[in-house]
Design a protein around this ligand. Structure first.
Ligand code: GLN
Length: 497
């Protein structure tokens, strides 16, 4: 068996590159890592957690100044489940857009994360680690593209290739955990050319995960390898009485018989969403996508493609950006210097919370303002309530596309052309240049929201989705299944890949 890079070398590697790449908010000490490696004869599985997931042995900041120095007293359920696995070691806590708000990985108090796909780790770094010499991490900034967000550190770590390893394509982490409220594991994974899975809402516990918008939040899994994603999903897919939104045992039980995929015998009908054929997609991306669709058809893999129309999908961005900030503004109220956050005194101030709440970054402050506005009495009926009604209609429209029965709803429509899964691009284009991303954002802050156009609808309906890269193009496809059919989505993705 070929040995991969040792834990000691990996630790040295992440300490060396972190000041340049900004991937970690906190790196686990080497002593602690070696303690977690209980059996030195067995392969180690290296992972790390987005810094909005609690682990009792590491600080948690959500990449916000308001949580600097905060130490959780307990493990999130997902952390607990990972800690129980033999020889799985947690490398640390990973950078993110503050509180999960953003698409580029640029709204963090720790600064943007470097994209290792366009800025690979130089080989000289590994030489200096092996020779025990000092080294400057010298990377070429001419292609300084954003990683995507909000799970920016999670994506960068799972995608970063260890140079000069004995194993081909060895990544620093076998997998990482992120969170996905409207696309936060799928878009960055697409922009860094790895896979990522957003489970059905309620499949994986959110206990101990800092909420952004709890009617949408999910814990997602990122890796260069879809089989690893499935292994981790099997570990985390458990009912949790501590999470009131956890899918209950009887639905899990019912689904366990039908949420399956037989890759030899099952015929798969795939729906291509008509409304996603938007003008903003560059020709080069469309060509790659069309090519993939024709390969899927021609590979004699028992696949069939159908055009599917879901008109309501066009309303998704306004629905999301009405509901998500509203929930966020309510969640973030706890950071008031009394329950959470430092009490920043200023005797002259009439508003005792103001100094503490000024510690939030610009993007978070913007969301709080928007959320409070959406909930205010003048616009509540016209905005928040309307968005909730439209969201229900969207869920129904999705429901009517799938052959599989939703475990919570009946299908009202007798459409004969039902499909097993839907296919689309994950992002409109490959990762934008950091400079372009920042400048278009400064002209119109709404521009950033448009990056999530293909991921947000699925989040609103709580559907399971996987994003998988198309070779090394920097473009990915997204496969979406009926609510609860997570294993089927994973199975189909493995066959397509
Ligand atoms: N980009 C979206 C937002 O800023 C989604 C973020 C996420 O999924 N956490 O709300």
């Amino acid at each position: 068996m070929v040995n991969g890079t040792s834990l000691k070398e990996v630790h040295k590697l992440i300490e060396t590159i972190n000041p340049t790449y900004n991937i970690f908010n906190k790196i686990t000490s080497l002593n602690e890592l070696l303690k977690q490696q209980k059996n030195t004869n067995k392969p180690v599985v290296r992972y790390a957690l987005k810094d909005n997931i609690a682990s009792s042995d590491l600080p948690m900041t959500c990449s916000s100044k308001i949580l600097m120095g905060f130490q959780p007293k307990y493990d999130a359920t997902v952390t607990h489940l990972l800690k129980k696995q033999d020889n799985w070691v947690n490398l640390g806590k990973l950078n993110l857009d503050e509180f999960g708000m953003g698409s580029g990985g640029v709204h963090s108090s720790f600064g943007p994360v470097k994209n290792p796909l366009y800025n690979p780790i130089p080989e000289s770094v590994m030489d200096s680690i092996r020779n025990n010499t000092k080294c400057d991490v010298d990377i070429d900034y001419s292609e300084n593209r954003v990683t995507g967000g909000s799970s920016s550190g999670s994506t960068a770590l799972a995608s970063a290739i260890i140079p000069k390893s004995n194993i081909n394509d060895e990544r620093i982490a076998h997998f990482t955990l992120g969170t996905d409220t409207g696309g936060s594991v799928r878009l960055p994974a697409a922009w860094c050319n790895i896979s990522s899975f957003k489970p059905s809402y309620g499949r994986i516990s959110r206990f101990g995960v800092v909420p952004y918008a709890q009617s949408l939040d999910t814990v997602g899994i990122l890796s260069a390898d879809v089989n690893t994603i499935e292994t981790v999903y099997d570990v985390l897919n458990q009912y949790d009485p501590k999470d009131p939104t956890s899918m209950n045992e009887s639905i899990r039980n019912e689904l366990s018989y039908i949420d399956r995929f037989d890759e030899i015998h099952d015929f798969v009908s795939i729906g291509v969403i008509q409304e996603f054929n938007i003008s903003g997609i560059p020709n080069s991306t469309n060509e790659i996508y069309t090519q993939v669709l024709s390969e899927i058809l021609s590979d004699e893999k028992n696949f069939d493609l159908k055009s599917v129309s879901i008109e309501k999908i066009n309303e998704s961005l306004p629905i999301y950006f009405t509901i998500a900030p509203a929930e966020a503004s309510s969640n973030l109220a706890r950071f008031d210097g009394i329950r959470y956050g430092p009490k920043v005194e200023d005797k002259t101030d009439v508003n005792i919370f103001e100094n503490t709440r000024n510690l939030f970054g610009d993007e978070v402050q913007k969301r709080i303002l928007l959320g409070n506005y959406n909930l205010s009495s003048e616009v509540y009926e016209d905005k928040f309530k309307k968005a909730q009604i439209l969201r229900t209609e969207l869920i129904e429209a999705f429901n009517n596309c799938f052959k599989d029965k939703h475990p919570l709803y009946n299908s009202t429509d007798n459409m004969s052309d039902k499909v097993d899964v839907l296919i689309s691009l994950t992002g409109v284009d490959k990762a934008p240049l950091l400079s372009e991303f920042l400048s278009s954002n400064s002209v119109s802050p709404l521009d950033e929201f448009c990056n999530d156009v293909f991921t947000i609808p699925m989040s609103l309906a709580g559907l399971p989705c996987i994003s998988i890269p198309i070779r090394d193009t920097g473009i990915s496809i997204q496969i979406t299944g009926q609510y609860g059919y997570d294993k089927k989505v994973l199975g189909i993705a493995k066959k397509i890949k």
